[in-house]
Ligand binder design. Structure first.
Ligand SMILES: *[C@@H]1O[C@H](CO)[C@@H](O)[C@H](O)[C@H]1NC(C)=O
Ligand SMILES: *[C@@H]1O[C@H](CO)[C@@H](O)[C@H](O)[C@H]1NC(C)=O
Ligand SMILES: *[C@@H]1O[C@H](CO)[C@@H](O)[C@H](O)[C@H]1NC(C)=O
Ligand SMILES: *[C@@H]1O[C@H](CO)[C@@H](O)[C@H](O)[C@H]1NC(C)=O
Ligand SMILES: *[C@@H]1O[C@H](CO)[C@@H](O)[C@H](O)[C@H]1NC(C)=O
Length: 640
């Protein structure tokens, strides 16, 4: 971006000129920029959820990319000649977790024995942070358990702690916690493992049993069983206004009876069986309903609650005759979240440490219920069964349909459209909502440009500047129509880089790094500068394309967002902006760009970010300013 001087005002008569009216627009949605959370490719387990040990409670496995209830000791490795096996002997730690890991120690053993865990593609070992480990054990052992990080890159122990156990077989299960510890060294990378070791001479010839291990690094806002700090900070910095949870296809389940069940994600971790997730791995459900609500509170965002509406992803649908228990379960969930502590379920919430009811204004009935033949049953009974039950008890909650049009089609209802496509398609969506019906609010609770240009085969692994600018153009269209488009959220929000390098997400992570895509910065810059009302903008010497725009205002500022999409650069092509009624001579200009339309951001260790954000002060005269782009693909936000 080239700073303009006053002289630019005399620029060529042909430059695009935008006159922003001071009134005449519509109220805009305060929710416009939001988030979709579902556990997809380790957004939850091994992602936001702070648990660092993988397969901590032997809840199931993943093979050939599909989650199953087959149990194994994957991600655990024996140390000191022991063998590790899945075991189902009694007593189990709980009825929800019937499988445990058995360690058989050969007779005559004298040295150190135990096992180590691989983590989710390693561990973040950070000498500036606190960690705590724990486990449950059954068997005879009196002695120390040494716990430590080990770098497979450098061969060094990076930090250790210990716990003591004094247990006999007949006493059943015992839980033991380590002392809180800070690693002595920060790992040079994420390739670290975590060890639990025992005195082998005390276990020689014996078998001992383990379940519900845990290792946490200090979490966002120091919550117990909370979320990973760097990822939560990334969400916080997006300045989003709502989060839709818990999904997404993952809520639906691949087949019966594996829909997300709220009542199996609360309370003690010992009472959470977990379930085969949609995206290839088991969900531990450690990041349960209350943990998600807590995170939303800590992020300061509203919740759009997704409820399962009777459709499994394999196309199986709950019949009308059999639907009632599922509706009842949702009503119980709502009492759990919204009821005061004198209600049955409100009391359960209070007992779990949340005396005050939550606030929920939007409930989304299902997810993509048109999938696999779901449309007919959605219209004929599924939507209405949930709508009627919820509306009768909570008349002020707005009920969101996942199929267009909303079956109820009245006030108090709204719609969620999901939009995926290539870059060119997203550019073409710019004016798609200009003539949209204003009957009820519309969310775009999932969108993403998944490929460059007009390419339709597969997805790219990282959003290019061109794709991100196309998404920005689409968002301008939403913002110009934000009297009816009330929210937007990119799908997917977070993915593990190691697992899903080939598909798009706003944020990707490894054990110890975070990748902020250019889409991330588009959403952040747009959310950081959003007015409370739209303003009419009149163009002369040009129309939409290659420059696109949207004007909004709040009580103190006028905000003009611009996207240059394969457009001209330099002061001779500057856009002249006149804010009617303004006497301001100074404005702030925020720009987002990268070297070329194909530029992408990467992990810090793989080259880092190509995109840059600059903030400059722009001089003008009585509300008139000149904006010149420095790159053919560039986003600019002018705040007057
Ligand atoms: C305000 O909303 C109406 C539709 O209700 C639309 O036609 C008009 O363009 C909007 N005005 C602005 C400035 O966005
Ligand atoms: C770290 O682990 C990754 C795979 O998880 C591997 O590709 C990489 O080579 C490892 N780096 C080192 C230094 O061992
Ligand atoms: C949770 O609710 C479902 C009904 O949606 C029920 O089938 C299941 O048994 C419940 N689980 C527990 C642990 O109560
Ligand atoms: C529906 O509209 C009526 C009349 O405008 C209003 O009183 C009521 O609060 C609205 N209901 C909802 C759920 O928005
Ligand atoms: C209006 O928007 C500008 C730009 O985002 C912001 O700096 C300012 O704080 C906002 N003013 C109010 C009153 O919200």
């Amino acid at each position: 971006m080239i700073l303009s001087s006053l002289l630019c005002f005399a620029a060529s008569a042909a430059s695009l000129t935008l006159d922003i009216a001071s009134s005449g627009g519509n109220q805009s949605s305060s929710l416009l920029y939001g988030l979709l959370y579902e556990d997809i490719y380790h957004s939850g387990d091994g992602g936001l959820y702070g648990e660092m040990l993988r397969n901590r409670a032997f809840q199931g496995s993943s093979s050939d990319g599909a989650a199953s209830l087959a149990r194994n000791t994957d991600y655990w490795h024996p140390v000191g000649g022991v063998s590790l096996a899945i075991d189902k002997s009694s007593p189990a730690i709980s009825s929800s977790l019937p499988y445990q890991m058995r360690m058989d120690v050969p007779a005559g053993t004298t040295g150190t024995v135990g096992f180590y865990n691989e983590g989710f593609w390693g561990f973040d070992v950070d000498a500036t942070k606190r960690y705590i480990a724990s486990l449950h054990m059954r068997g005879d052992y009196s002695g120390a358990v040494n716990c430590y990080f080990y770098s497979t890159t450098t061969g060094q122990v990076l930090g250790s702690t210990s716990m003591g156990i004094h247990q006999t077989s007949s006493a059943g299960w015992v839980q033991s916690y380590s002392a809180t510890f800070q690693p002595s060294k920060t790992g040079s990378d994420g390739n670290n493992t975590f060890y639990f070791t025992f005195d082998g001479s005390k276990l020689a010839g014996k078998s001992v049993y383990f379940n519900v291990f845990s290792l946490f690094k200090q979490t966002f806002d120091n919550r117990i069983n909370g979320v990973r700090e760097d990822l939560a900070d990334a969400l916080l910095n997006m300045n989003s206004k709502y989060i839709r949870l818990p999904g997404g296809n993952n809520m639906e389940g691949n087949s019966s009876p594996y829909e997300w069940k709220w009542n199996e994600t609360i309370g003690s971790l010992l009472d959470r069986p977990g379930r085969p997730g949609t995206w290839g791995d088991i969900n531990t459900d450690g990041f349960g309903l209350l943990e998600m609500m807590q995170m939303a509170q800590d992020l300061g965002v509203e919740v759009i609650l997704g409820i399962w509406a009777g459709l499994y992803l394999d196309g199986q649908v709950v019949s009308q005759a059999n639907l009632k228990p599922y509706v009842d379960s949702v009503m119980n969930e709502l009492e759990f979240l919204l009821g005061d502590k004198t209600t049955t379920y409100g009391a359960k919430r209070a007992a779990l440490g949340f005396p005050s009811p939550f606030t929920i204004k939007w409930i989304e009935i299902g997810n993509e219920d048109y999938l696999n033949g779901g449309t007919n049953s959605y219209y004929s009974y599924r939507f209405m069964a949930f709508y009627n039950a919820i509306h009768a008890v909570y008349p002020s909650i707005n009920l969101v349909s996942t199929i267009n049009p909303n079956p109820v089609n009245s006030n108090g209802s709204s719609l969620d459209l999901h939009i995926y496509g290539n870059e060119n398609y997203f550019v073409s969506l710019f004016n798609t909502f200009d003539q949209a019906s204003r009957k009820y609010p519309v969310f775009i609770n999932e969108y993403a440009a998944t490929n460059t240009g007009s390419n339709n085969i597969g997805q790219v692994g990282a959003q290019t500047l061109g794709m991100s600018c196309a998404e920005a153009i689409f968002l301008l269209g939403c913002e110009r129509n934000s009297d009816v488009i009330v929210g937007s959220a990119y799908g997917a929000l977070i993915k593990n880089y190691n697992e899903a390098p080939d598909t798009v997400a706003v944020i990707k992570h490894t054990a110890n790094e975070v990748l902020y895509t250019i889409s991330y910065y588009v959403q952040k810059v747009f959310a950081d500068h959003m007015g409370t009302r739209t303003l009419p903008v009149t163009a002369t010497n040009g129309g939409f394309g290659p420059v696109y725009w949207s004007g909004t205002a709040n009580s103190s500022s006028t905000i003009l967002k611009l996207v240059n999409y394969n457009g001209k650069t330099g002061s001779s092509n500057a856009v002249q902006v006149n804010v009617k009624g303004s006497s301001k001579n100074i404005a702030t200009l925020i720009t987002l760009t990268a070297p070329s339309s194909t530029s992408v951001n990467n992990l810090p260790s793989l080259g880092g970010e190509s995109s840059t954000i600059t903030t400059t002060t722009l001089s003008g005269s009585a509300g008139s300013f000149s904006i010149s782009f420095s790159k053919p693909y560039e986003i600019a936000v002018l705040v007057v």
